[in-house]
Design a binder for this molecule. Structure first.
Ligand code: AIR
Length: 175
């Protein structure tokens, strides 16, 4: 296996159902990654050590996901100058806004690129886009992904062009 380019970390094992979407997408892109659990609050020393050594370890992009007071992405960004993508994970409170605000509202100077609540797949796609700026192989993977996505979009367009009748849309026609 080649050197992992993307490091995925999450605040708890309970974030795995969300964060494994990033791992799955990276696998589909053929990008080597690692996946770890470490909490900014419960294991601050481990987080600091991992993030501080991330560039030297060969990573190019870091993805960090957490819920509630989601400080993990910000703390990782504080300890590393690699691009950090933050994934706010939905918890049973506040509709995920707690994690979203904790991640997106970084102080000027220490950015975290924040994706939508639970949208770990977008984090993997953004990681590919970052890698593609400096690598032809990743740029080709990105172009293929975009073409495939556009193809799916066209299928939807064709479906609507076949006649988006009120019945097809599930509306009741009165008379
Ligand atoms: N969390 C863990 N340490 C710091 C934070 N913010 C987050 C986890 C998880 C939530 O707290 O990322 O989303 C609940 O964690 P647990 O382990 O109690 O299920």
């Amino acid at each position: 296996m080649s050197t992992p380019l993307v490091g995925i970390v999450m605040g708890s094992k309970t974030d795995l159902p969300v964060m494994e979407k990033a791992a799955k997408q990276l696998e589909e892109f053929g990008i080597a990654y690692t996946l770890d659990v470490m909490s900014a609050h419960r294991n601050p020393a481990e987080v600091s050590q991992w993030a501080s050594g991330a560039r030297e370890a060969g990573y190019k992009v870091l993805i960090a996901g957490a819920g509630r007071a989601a400080h993990l992405p910000g703390v990782v960004a504080a300890h590393s100058d690699l691009p950090v993508i933050g994934v706010p994970c939905l918890s049973d409170h506040l509709g995920g806004a707690d994690a979203l605000y904790s991640i997106v509202q970084m102080p000027p100077g220490v950015p975290v690129a924040t994706v939508g609540i639970d949208n770990a797949r977008n984090a993997a796609i953004l990681a590919l886009q970052i890698l593609a700026t400096a690598d032809e192989g990743h740029a080709r993977t990105l172009a293929e992904f975009r073409a495939e996505q556009a193809g799916k979009g066209m299928e939807h367009r064709e479906w609507s062009a076949e006649g988006a009748s009120p019945r097809k849309l599930g509306f009741q026609t009165g008379n």
